[in-house]
Each structure stands twice: as structure tokens, then as C-alpha cells.
Design a protein around this ligand. Structure first.
Ligand code: NAD
Length: 343
């Protein structure tokens, strides 16, 4: 199979590349990524097998069309996105361009060049939030779309567009909506890596509001396994929720990390809440479990320990982000290993 993975220099996309290289060593993998602030080419130096990389913006229709014409992919998995809610509140436009128009450019190219599958990586945030005092409630695939931030609205728009491309043009589309991921190679702006790194540097750890907002956490490798399964066994035109029923409040996540690192809770600093901050996400993942036999393998405590350990052992990876050298093109080229071909 010749597979295009977009956004592969980011957190989940890179983990997916590494996962696919292990599980399907015979697959031909091509990655495109615009290398925005969130894309780190250094991450892809860890690729274990062959990988071709093109620096490309998914919303550049002409470049995308030429690439598809040249490469003739069997399938596309679209991870590329602007992904940070806070940034979407400050600068919504780029979220619309990448997350909506970029997805559309990819689907047009899939349509034009007969790609056998377009898989859209979406998020549980398209369902909005649930009240904190109703632990009995969760979102299934038929829950209404009810977005809170420009980020989630742009992801929801892309989902609807993908379903429209399936219905109108017969494009073989699948969609997955996953809960909050954590694990290696996550950009330091997100809660778990931010907490680990700030704790290691003795800096204060910002927690929004009272910290009681709850998220359903999934170890990134479990997400990758679910996407692989959907790609091979998923039904065209279907949406699959992915979640591991590991609900935690933000405050508890921070406390667990501090305890793991033996650091004081005095580092916690409660800051003004995010506007429109979702209270609680909870995913009902029964469909993918019963229809495709997927199950998450990593318990939250174990996954968090592995993640903390990874950030302890890979200090130079995140230090290069903090000091900005990860964006230096000279570094990018000097860091190219034998496995990774850059275009
Ligand atoms: N992180 C989570 O908890 C989570 C949960 C559910 C769904 N998702 C979805 O998973 C996907 C990946 O998320 P992530 O956390 O790895 O994000 P990330 O921000 O770490 O990575 C995104 C990648 O996309 C690239 N990119 C951004 N704009 C681009 C463009 N116009 N063209 C090409 N590449 C571009 C960036 O350079 C980066 O490498 C996103 O679609 C996100 O909505 C994330």
C-alpha cells in the first residue's frame, strides 16, 4: 500500500508513521507537512524505515494536485491541522484555511486521482461539552455537532464536508473522532508536556479556572492502532469514535505528573479561564469496539509514567523547541538520516 500521511511532523502524525513502519514494514509511506510552528522535522529523524517527506501546505491546491498526479496514492490519512484551541481563539483564520480548505484540497485530489480511501482525523471536540454533574452522559457518533471554539468548529466543518464528499461524489471516506491524546513527541504547548517541562525547569504550571474541567485521555499509540484498523476494516462513509474511558480532571493530571516527578504542588498556578472552555468530554467508543474489535491497551497511569519518562530521556528534543533551533533549516538538512528522503 502506498500511503500519504499529512501532518506527520506533528505529534500524532509522527507517532502514526512510527506505528505503521513497525506494523506494516512493507508499506510505502509518504509524508507531507507544512512545518508550521507545530511541525518538528527532528521528530521524523527517528523514523525506522523508508519515508519520503515533502514540505507542503495541504491548502496549496496546485501543489497537492501535482503530488497526487505524480504519486498515485492508495490511501490518505489526514492529520494535518492547526490543533491548539487557544491559538484558534487568537487567530481563527488559519484554522479555517488549513482545517477546512486544506481538507477539501486533499479530497478533491483524492477524487481526481481515484484514491481508494480518505481518512479524516477528527476530534471529540466536535460534540462540544457535557455537564460535570452528569457522569452518566457520553458522546456517541450520533450525538449532535455542537462546537465551542474556532478550532472545533473548523474540525466539524471538515467532517461535514468529508461526509458530503462521500454522499455527493462517492468519495471513499472514513472519519475518526478521538479524545485527548498524550505520549511522546507532543508539542510543549499542550497540558501534559507543558506540565512535565515546566515542572522539570521549576517554572509555574498554569491551570485554567479551577482545574476541574475533565478530559478523556488516550495514549497516542492506542489512537494509532485504531486508525490503522479503520483504514483496513472500517466501513466507508462511517464515523468512529475513539476513546479509552480514562477521564481525569486537568488538575488531577497535573498533580499526577508532579507526584511522578517528585515536585511540589506549589508550582501550580490557577489562571483566568479560557473563553468558552469546555467542561467535560466523554467518548462512547462502543462502535469501534464491537464493529472492529479495537480496544485500548494502555491504562492512564502506565501511559502517563511512560510519557514522563520519555520527556526525561529526550530532553534535547524539547529543548530544541524551547530555544527555537528546531525551526532552523540548516539543522533540518544536517539532521536527515539515511531513511528519510526530503523534497
Ligand atoms: N492532540 C489531540 O489530543 C487530538 C485529539 C483528537 C484529534 N486530534 C487531531 O489529530 C490531528 C493531529 O493533531 P496533533 O495533536 O498531532 O497536532 P500537531 O499540532 O502536533 O500537528 C499538526 C501537524 O500539522 C502540520 N500542519 C499544520 N498546518 C498544515 C498545513 N496547512 N499543511 C500541512 N501541514 C500542516 C503541522 O506542521 C504539524 O506538523 C489533528 O487533525 C487534530 O485535530 C488531536
Amino acid at each position: 500500500m502506498k500511503l500519504l500521511i499529512t501532518g506527520g511532523a506533528g505529534f500524532i502524525g509522527s507517532n502514526f508513521i512510527f506505528y505503521m513502519q513497525q506494523v506494516h514494514p512493507d508499506y510505502e509511506l509518504v509524508c507531507i507537512d507544512a512545518l508550521t510552528y507545530a511541525g518538528n522535522p527532528e521528530t521524523l529523524e527517528r523514523a525506522q524505515g523508508q519515508l519520503r517527506f515533502f514540505k507542503m501546505d495541504i491548502s496549496d491546491k496546485d501543489a497537492i494536485s501535482s503530488l497526487f498526479e505524480e504519486e498515485r496514492f492508495d490511501a490518505v490519512v489526514n492529520f494535518a491541522a492547526e490543533s491548539h484551541v487557544d491559538r484558534s481563539i487568537e487567530h481563527p483564520e488559519v484554522f479555517l484555511t488549513t482545517n477546512i480548505l486544506g481538507t477539501q484540497a486533499l479530497m478533491e485530489a483524492c477524487r481526481r486521482f481515484g484514491v481508494g480511501r480518505f481518512h479524516q482525523i477528527s476530534t471529540d471536540e466536535v460534540y462540544g461539552d457535557l455537564p460535570l454533574d452528569r457522569p452518566d452522559l457520553s458522546f456517541d457518533e450520533d450525538s449532535p455537532i455542537h462546537t465551542s471554539s474556532p478550532y472545533s468548529a473548523s474540525k466539524a466543518a471538515a467532517d461535514l464536508l468529508a461526509l458530503a464528499y462521500y454522499r455527493t461524489y462517492g468519495l471513499p471516506v472514513t472519519i475518526s473522532r478521538c479524545s485527548n491524546n498524550y505520549g511522546p513527541f507532543q508539542f510543549p504547548e499542550k497540558l501534559i508536556p507543558l506540565t512535565i517541562i515546566n515542572a522539570l525547569r521549576g517554572k509555574s504550571i498554569p491551570v485554567y479556572g479551577n482545574g476541574l474541567n475533565r478530559r478523556d485521555w488516550i495514549y497516542v499509540e492506542d489512537h494509532c492502532a485504531a486508525v490503522d484498523l479503520i483504514l483496513h476494516k472500517g466501513k466507508i462513509g462511517e464515523v468512529y469514535n475513539i476513546g479509552s474511558s480514562s477521564e481525569q480532571s486537568n488538575l488531577d493530571v497535573v498533580r499526577s505528573i508532579l507526584s511522578e516527578l517528585g515536585k511540589s504542588e506549589a508550582l501550580i498556578s490557577f489562571v483566568t479561564d479560557r473563553p468558552g472552555h469546555d467542561l467535560r468530554y466523554a467518548i462512547n467508543a462502543r462502535k469501534i469496539q464491537t464493529a472492529l474489535g479495537w480496544k485500548p491497551k494502555t491504562e492512564f497511569d502506565n501511559g502517563l509514567r511512560k510519557t514522563v519518562d520519555w520527556y526525561l530521556k529526550n530532553q534535547s528534543w524539547w529543548e530544541n523547541i524551547l530555544n527555537g533551533t528546531y525551526r532552523n533549516p540548516a539543522r533540518l538538512l544536517s539532521g536527515v538520516g539515511a531513511q528519510l528522503t526530503l523534497f
